[in-house]
Design a protein around this ligand. Structure first.
Ligand code: HEM
Length: 298
């Protein structure tokens, strides 16, 4: 009997009481997952004759293993319950419940078939116009009718007619009901943008306080510049006159006065401040601005 040759500290129930330093490591819990081969067993046998060999205090039956082999009568406590292996979503899973219903089986489809063996098209509701059936590439195709997304105004619309530019960036003559004019060469919107970057076009050395009467005098006639106000700021519109796509005459209507109403009536999408930033003369002040200041000083 193996127990007879075992020292006290190796007997069942005694192992814990024995000081640890007397026997390290292999004092108990063996986890045998693989049977040893015969040569190794013989070696063990030889060794056990000379040296007392520790026997497991727990049998393999009591030790939980991580083995997944079938037919094992162990109850692996650390093994998570393995779900049944399915190729797709489990039958009663939430994913399956929330996803699309599976396609009907061929047997469940309507049994209507043409003579050629093909399925008949679904019956049409009379009077209802339907789009052509989608093909696999339909999502890649551009819509045949209606405006394209993010492609500017629809073809043939007033906006598109009035915004034609030749490939080299100069304005071209296009008859249109909105009154766009043919700009002379070198006066395209691109040319204007380049000119505004070149420097100050206000015609004054520094910002001015402009009274309404002063603004009224700046009509662009009799050698005077054309000024117009926009949201309390005064701009010299003279340099822009030959660049204005609506023509000089139209722009001149705003000279010597507040141009906001005229401007917004025609093209509220145009950014006045961006386009005429370098033409800013100063700010509009009340008529008695200077007089009041002098009176207060007296
Ligand atoms: C003073 C600042 C103004 C600026 C910066 C300005 C700018 C512009 C721009 C960029 C366009 C081309 C718009 C487009 O292609 O969509 C345009 C067109 C036109 N503008 Fe002006 N404009 C000004 C004042 C005025 C005023 C005061 C009038 C009328 C009294 C006017 C009448 C027109 C007309 C009739 C067109 C052509 C039609 C159109 O494109 O809508 N503009 N203007």
């Amino acid at each position: 009997m193996a127990w007879n040759i075992l020292p006290q500290w190796m007997l069942p129930g005694k192992a814990v009481e024995t000081p640890i330093e007397s026997k390290p490591t292999d004092s108990g819990l063996y986890i045998n997952t693989k049977p040893q081969d015969s040569s190794a067993a013989a070696e063990d046998q030889k060794e056990s004759e000379s040296t007392p060999k520790a026997e497991p205090v727990m049998t393999a039956k009591d030790v939980p293993t991580f083995s997944l082999s079938e037919g094992d009568d162990l109850e692996p406590t650390f093994d998570p319950p393995s779900p049944p292996v399915t190729s797709f979503l489990a039958l009663n899973s939430a994913q399956r419940a929330s996803s699309m219903a599976p396609p009907p089986r061929p047997a469940e489809l309507p049994a209507k078939k043409s003579a050629a063996g093909l399925m008949a098209p679904p019956t049409r509701v009379p009077g209802v116009q339907r789009a052509p059936p989608p093909s696999s590439a339909s999502s890649l195709r551009l819509p045949g009718t209606g405006p394209l997304p993010n492609r500017g105004p629809p073809i043939g619309s007033q906006q598109r007619i009035s915004s034609s530019l030749s490939p080299n960036g100069t304005a071209v003559s296009v008859p249109n009901p909105r009154g766009k004019v043919l700009l002379s060469p070198g006066h395209s919107p691109m040319d204007w943008a380049a000119l505004t970057r070149s420097g100050n076009l206000a015609g004054v050395p520094m910002f001015q306080r402009v009274t309404p009467s002063e603004l009224k005098r700046m009509t662009g006639r009799k050698g005077k510049p054309a000024w117009s106000s926009w949201q309390g700021k005064v701009y010299n519109i003279t340099p822009y006159l030959p660049f204005h796509p609506g023509g000089e005459a139209e722009l001149m209507k705003a000279a010597g006065r507040d141009g906001a109403k005229l401007f917004m009536d025609v093209h509220p999408w145009v950014n006045w401040e961006n386009m005429l930033g370098s033409c800013m003369v100063g700010v509009l002040v009340p008529e008695d601005y200077g007089v009041k200041g002098l009176e207060e000083m007296d």
